[in-house]
Design a protein around this ligand. Structure first.
Ligand code: SF4
Length: 383
């Protein structure tokens, strides 16, 4: 089916609302600022101001619920430049955590609008994002299976699993609200990638925005690295490859799946991490929310009078693509890139067993309970 263009929505308005869409730079019309102009020229001070406001709003509220009201009064070119400046600023920030959080917030704001946009507009946007939706039976739209998998993989809700979808002729039929959620993921993925910048530009941005970037680092702190000197039984240097990978992902501000977040909290608790250490481990998550994380970590760790949920077995982690016994090629150090022979011992069936065999002590719970793996259905793992 041919994609219908969004006739009811003016092109400039659409691009100003969604400045990540290809072609949004056309909003600049006669303006052709160089990168240096945008960073330094007083003409663009308001665009820079709005760009900082966008970043700050996302840092404080990754749900996308905080709207920068001045944006509604800005002309389309200024809105586009503010978006672009925010991206530049975050691409030059020393840590990727704030960029990832901003990507989540911008994507969620779009999702909020897409839920009420006319269907032709949603289809038009999906086409521009290169994940084309087509109209399907009833109130549904359809997406090809490969596109669906690309977008749904990182979504933690079980309802998004392919096995639960209506698939026919290589396409997945989905309700429009779910389609909007998938497009949110497309935007998040696109905005999570930093803009490639030369060292000169990075240096200039860091110099001119030093105060702002320092404030941002306070608002989006990185997780505290696990300290080997913590409680007696808590020894991160003995963690198995799967848990080390999950910790690294969060430290790098990457998205960790539902199953991974649950497994990590349950494992850290059993190995003696304090409540604060566990909460800290999630600070790098792109959608980190302190109060929700505290609530959910409490739920996972306080079950059974403080015993906590049992972390999943190796087989379960493997099913979720979270076993890294063959090594993680993306890891920065050689140890994590290498295969771990301990994980190939036939009797090794649980990450806690790995930890114990290396000399770590696990919270005192009945031995047999370590073999079960029951994730809570509600509430979920830390965000
Ligand atoms: S074998 Fe088990 S302990 Fe080792 S990395 Fe895989 S899931 Fe973790």
């Amino acid at each position: 089916m041919a994609v219908r263009r969004s006739a009811p929505v003016a092109e400039a308005e659409l691009l100003a609302e969604y400045p990540f869409l290809p072609g949004a730079e056309s909003l600049l019309a006669g303006l052709t600022p160089s990168l240096r102009d945008l960073l330094t020229d007083p003409t663009y001070e308001r665009a820079r101001l709005l760009g900082r406001a966008r970043v700050r709003a996302a840092a404080d509220d990754p749900t996308g619920g905080t709207v920068v009201e001045e944006l509604a009064r800005a002309v389309p070119a200024e809105r586009f430049l503010s978006f672009y400046y925010a991206r530049l600023l975050l691409s030059a920030a020393p840590s990727p955590a704030a960029l990832r959080r901003w990507a989540v917030a911008e994507a969620k704001q779009s999702y909020g609008r897409w839920r009420t946009e006319p269907l032709p507009t949603l289809i038009d946007i999906s086409d521009r994002l290169h994940y084309p939706l087509t109209e399907a039976e009833g109130a549904s739209v359809a997406l090809t299976v490969p596109d669906y998998l690309r977008l749904a993989t990182a979504i933690r809700e079980a309802d998004f699993r392919l096995a639960r979808q209506d698939v026919a002729d290589g396409k997945v039929s989905i309700a429009r609200d779910r389609a909007a959620r998938l497009l949110q993921e497309a935007v998040r993925l696109a905005l999570t990638a930093p803009v490639p910048l030369t060292d000169d530009v990075v240096g200039l941005l860091r110099e001119r925005e030093a105060e702002f970037l320092a404030d941002l680092a306070q608002r989006v702190p990185l997780p505290t690295r696990p300290a080997p000197g913590g409680p007696a039984s808590y020894r991160p240097e003995l963690f198995p490859p799967c848990i080390r990978k999950m910790v690294r992902m969060l430290q790098a501000g990457e998205n960790l799946s539902h199953a991974g977040r649950f497994a990590l909290a349950a494992f850290l608790h059993r190995t003696g991490a304090t409540f604060e250490t566990i909460v800290d481990a999630y600070r790098g998550a792109p959608d980190f929310d302190e109060s929700i994380t505290r609530y959910q970590v409490e739920h996972i760790t306080q079950r059974g009078g403080g015993e906590g949920y049992t972390p999943p077995e190796c087989d379960t982690l493997r099913t979720h693509g979270l076993c890294f016994r063959d090594g993680d090629p993306t890891a920065p150090n050689a140890l994590d890139r290498s295969r771990d022979d301990r994980c190939f011992e036939p009797t090794l069936r649980h990450p806690l067993t790995y930890y114990r065999r290396r000399g770590g002590k696990v919270r005192a719970v009945p031995e047999e309970s370590v073999s079960a793996a029951h994730a809570p259905s509600r509430p979920g793992p830390p965000p």
